[in-house]
Each structure stands twice: as structure tokens, then as C-alpha cells.
Design a binder for this molecule. Structure first.
Ligand code: KG4
Ligand code: ZN
Length: 352
């Protein structure tokens, strides 16, 4: 079965051709990072305009690189939630137009769920139940997985997602956007001291499987830039802003490494708790942009080994947003009989 996947939820326009839900015949991703760099984050209107420019060339390349003709496509899978509505609509409209023109079925795919499928591309079906971990720019969530399709959410972030924290810390340190890979590279430099600063690791009580990253982000801000002056008391002179040492390259490197250690510690803590709570579990499945992080990968490998689990984590190319994961999960949905009609809409929230 040849499925064309389309993805345009945020700032990547992507199309991919996947065979039988596992074999990636092509995967094309057009990025637009430089368009958003000056703003320190994704600007929705700029993102949708760039998707409009990229979508047709990306689709053509995906079909050509797969070595197929568009008539060979059996079905179309499209990421239709969650994401920026203007961005999602570009991919969704392309999917509807192609499905209509080629007279093939179409199915809408949840982007967060698809991140968990990314590691299953190119390999055999893993053993379930599994613990699923999504760490991306928009989500930090844990799931019990009873099959590739059946997810039960166990916990999620109550404020910032982990990738968002990486991006904001990179902005505080003046490293540019997207910040995750830049923090990762800085923290991996020789001499980086990940114990230079003791940043807070949120626990949210003894049982909670939720995450919180906003306190960590604020702690980094105060360490880098100083704590703002408290409001002046009536009749007293204003207090000065807290002075902090100059933000030298060495200090930036140590802050980046210490932040990364705390952020990943928050993750391993909750993964450990979830494994205790769900009982019998065979596999640890990780996905999302932050699964490209060096420390996340090594810590997830360590935890899987300690608990006797098989680790499924995507190849580096399938960690960040791509359409192969959409086509892969889409194939499973088609196989289970799911179809959508042309009333399928773009939605801002995840289904799972
Ligand atoms: O999954 P993704 O492409 O988009 C969303 O669905 O949100 O994830 C993007 C996020 C960004 O926050 C980016 O900074 C982060 O993944 N990221 C990383 C690394 N590579 C990408 N974070 C930490 N270390 C990395 N190597
Ligand atoms: Zn994503």
C-alpha cells in the first residue's frame, strides 16, 4: 500500500511516500527557520504564507524521489491537528485536492500521535503494552500504549512544553531559533559544566505524571540576566535590580549544560514514575523534536536498559516534524478502516 503523507502544522512543510506503513520511499521537508529567526519564535501568518509557497514543490519532490507516478498513490494521510490553523489548512487543502483529483481515500492524522509512530518506521511492530513519551516544541506527554493505535494519556505539561523551554532558554542566552539543537551543541562542548548551576526540577507532588517547565525557565532567566528589582515600598528609595556576572561564552555554556541536565532530569523522573505506575510494560517509545537531543537519547537508552525494555526512538531525520510519520500512522488508520471526507477540518488541539 502506497500512502502519501502531508504535514504542515507549524513551520515545516513536508510530504512523504511510505510503503506498507514501514518503508520510507521518500521524505521531503522544507524548513522556514530563517523567516522566524528575527522574531524569536514562529509567526503564524508568515508560516502559512511560506507553506503556500513550499507545498507544491515539496509534493512534486516527494513523488519524484519515491520513484512513483501520482497514479500509484493508494491513499493520502494528512496531519490535521494540532497546530496553527492557517498552516494546517495549507496541507489539508492540498490533501483534499489531491484525494479528489486522484479519486483515492484520505484520512486525518493526529500529529502528536504520529510522533510516537516515527520510531516504528523501518522496523517490526514492537511488543505492547508500551510507555509512549512525546517530547516536542508543543507537547511533553506520557501515554500508555496498548497498540500502535490505542493510546491513554497519563500526564502532560501544565505550562511550557520541554522543547519550548529549550527554545526560550536559547533566546535568553542569545543563541537564536530554534534553540534546542543550539543548547544541545553548547552543552556537549568540552569543558561544559552541567553542575555549575542547580536549577529546579519540578516534581508536582509524589504521584503526578504531569510536567512543568516554566519555573526552570524563569530560574535560567534570573541566573543569566538577574532578578528584577522588587517594587519600591512607600517612602523608601527603590531597590536596585540584582547584579549578575557578565554573560560570557563560558557562562552561557555552563548555563546551557545545567539547564539541559535539569530539563532531562524532569523527564527521566516522570518516565521512571510512569513505569512504576503502569506495571507490565515491554517497550519504551519516544518521539518528537526533543528526542533528537543527545542527553535525552542517552538517558532514555539507560532507562530502557535498567527496566529491561526495548527502546524505540526515531532516527534523527524523523525526530523533528516530517510527513513520513504521518503517512506511516495514516496507513495503520486506513488498514483499520478509517476514512475522512472533505468536511475534515483543521483543529488546534490534539486528539490524544
Ligand atoms: O516535534 P517538533 O519538530 O515540533 C513540534 O511538534 O513541536 O519539535 C520541535 C522542537 C523545538 O522546540 C526544537 O528546539 C526541539 O524540538 N529540538 C531539540 C533538538 N532538536 C530539536 N531540543 C533539544 N535538543 C535537540 N537536539
Ligand atoms: Zn511535531
Amino acid at each position: 500500500m502506497i500512502v502519501l503523507g502531508i504535514e504542515s502544522s507549524c513551520d515545516e512543510t513536508a510530504a512523504a511516500v511510505v510503503q506498507d506503513g514501514r518503508i520510507v520511499r521518500s521524505s521531503i521537508v522544507a524548513r522556514q527557520y530563517e523567516l522566524h529567526e528575527a522574531f524569536g519564535g514562529v509567526v503564524p501568518e508568515i508560516a502559512s504564507r511560506a507553506h503556500e509557497e513550499h507545498i507544491l514543490p515539496v509534493l512534486r519532490d516527494a513523488i519524484a524521489q519515491a520513484g512513483i507516478d501520482k497514479r500509484d498513490i493508494d491513499a493520502i494521510a494528512v496531519g490535521h491537528r494540532p497546530g496553527l490553523i492557517g498552516s494546517l489548512l495549507v496541507g489539508l487543502s492540498a490533501a483534499k485536492a489531491l484525494a479528489w483529483a486522484l479519486s483515492v481515500p484520505m484520512v486525518g492524522v493526529d500529529h502528536v500521535h504520529a510522533h510516537l509512530y516515527a520510531g516504528m518506521l523501518g522496523r517490526d511492530v514492537p511488543n505492547f503494552p508500551a510507555l509512549g513519551v512525546v517530547v516536542s516544541g508543543g507537547h511533553s506527554s506520557l501515554y500508555r500504549m496498548d497498540s500502535e493505535m490505542k493510546l491513554t494519556r497519563l500526564g502532560a505539561t501544565i505550562d511550557d512544553a520541554i522543547g519550548e523551554a529549550f527554545d526560550k532558554v536559547a533566546m535568553i542566552l542569545g543563541l537564536g531559533h530554534p534553540g534546542g539543537p543550539k543548547i544541545d551543541a553548547l552543552a556537549s562542548e568540552p569543558g561544559a559544566n552541567d553542575r555549575a548551576f542547580e536549577f529546579p526540577v519540578s516534581r508536582l507532588g509524589k504521584e503526578s505524571l504531569d510536567f512543568s517547565f516554566s519555573g526552570l525557565k524563569t530560574a535560567v532567566l534570573y541566573t543569566a540576566k538577574g532578578r528584577p528589582a522588587p517594587p519600591a515600598l512607600k517612602g523608601k528609595p527603590p531597590l536596585p535590580k540584582q547584579e549578575v556576572p557578565e554573560l560570557t561564552d563560558d557562562r552561557k555554556r555552563d548555563i546551557a549544560a545545567s539547564f539541559q541536565r535539569a530539563a532531562v532530569r524532569a523527564l527521566t523522573l516522570k518516565v521512571g514514575r510512569a513505569l512504576e505506575q503502569i506495571g507490565a510494560c515491554h517497550t519504551l517509545i519516544v518521539g518528537g523534536g526533543v528526542s533528537a537531543n543527545t542527553l535525552v537519547r542517552s538517558e532514555m537508552a539507560r532507562m530502557a536498559e535498567e527496566h529491561g525494555l526495548e527502546l524505540i526512538i526515531p532516527e534523527m531525520v524523523h525526530c523533528v516534524d516530517n510527513a513520513a510519520m504521518i503517512a506511516g500512522l495514516g496507513t495503520k488508520l486506513f488498514e483499520s478502516g478509517q476514512r475522512d471526507d472533505f468536511s475534515l477540518s483543521a483543529l488546534p488541539t490534539a486528539a490524544c
